[in-house]
Design a protein around this ligand. Structure first.
Ligand code: SF4
Length: 166
């Protein structure tokens, strides 16, 4: 199934796909912060097109190393039994990302995308969690009451922002 998820209930934005070859990843860490209640393999993807002012990763725009699907498969295999969700930060919804999400699913992981867009064209079977919204310094991130961002459980449609404020 493929839907357009529009968390603002406004007109849908169709993301322009950007063909960039294999994904470049500048950071991979195990984290408990990105997805409440889950142990996340968190991947920082280089070259986010959103260019939010104040983005702490602006310097990583052209850094990172290409991680092929074969290398990603090895990474996923290594973390089976430890990690519960694979999270992509700074990676927008370009065609290659779908292949990486699909592979993570085949290994039995949940998946999460931190997008800077307000609405995202999404294949719901590939994704469990989605963060939408660009970073606006005056509004803050998910931990802020004023934030423009939303963290959504895709299966239920529930906004889980409250879990970031405990
Ligand atoms: S969406 Fe996130 S990673 Fe991309 S520019 Fe904005 S703050 Fe940076």
């Amino acid at each position: 199934m493929q839907i357009i998820l529009d968390t603002e209930n406004t007109k849908c934005k169709i993301i322009t796909y950007i063909l960039r070859g294999n994904m470049r990843i500048f950071e991979n860490i195990i984290s408990f912060l990105e997805v409440p209640g889950e142990t996340s393999l968190t991947l920082g993807v280089s070259g986010c097109p959103c260019k939010c002012p104040g983005c702490s990763w602006a310097a990583e725009d052209t850094t990172g190393e290409i991680v092929t699907l074969e290398e990603f498969s090895s990474m996923l295999s290594y973390y089976v039994g430890t990690v519960t969700v694979v999270t992509f930060l700074g990676g927008e919804w370009f065609p290659e990302l779908k292949d990486y999400l699909k592979l993570a699913k085949e290994f039995g992981y949940k998946t999460c995308l931190y997008s800077g867009q307000d609405s995202v064209e999404i294949q719901t079977e590939l994704l469990d969690y989605l963060k939408t919204g660009d970073y606006q310094e005056k509004l803050g991130g998910l931990e802020s009451e004023k934030t423009n961002q939303k963290f959504i459980d895709i299966k239920t449609g529930e906004c889980l922002n409250g879990l970031f404020r405990r």
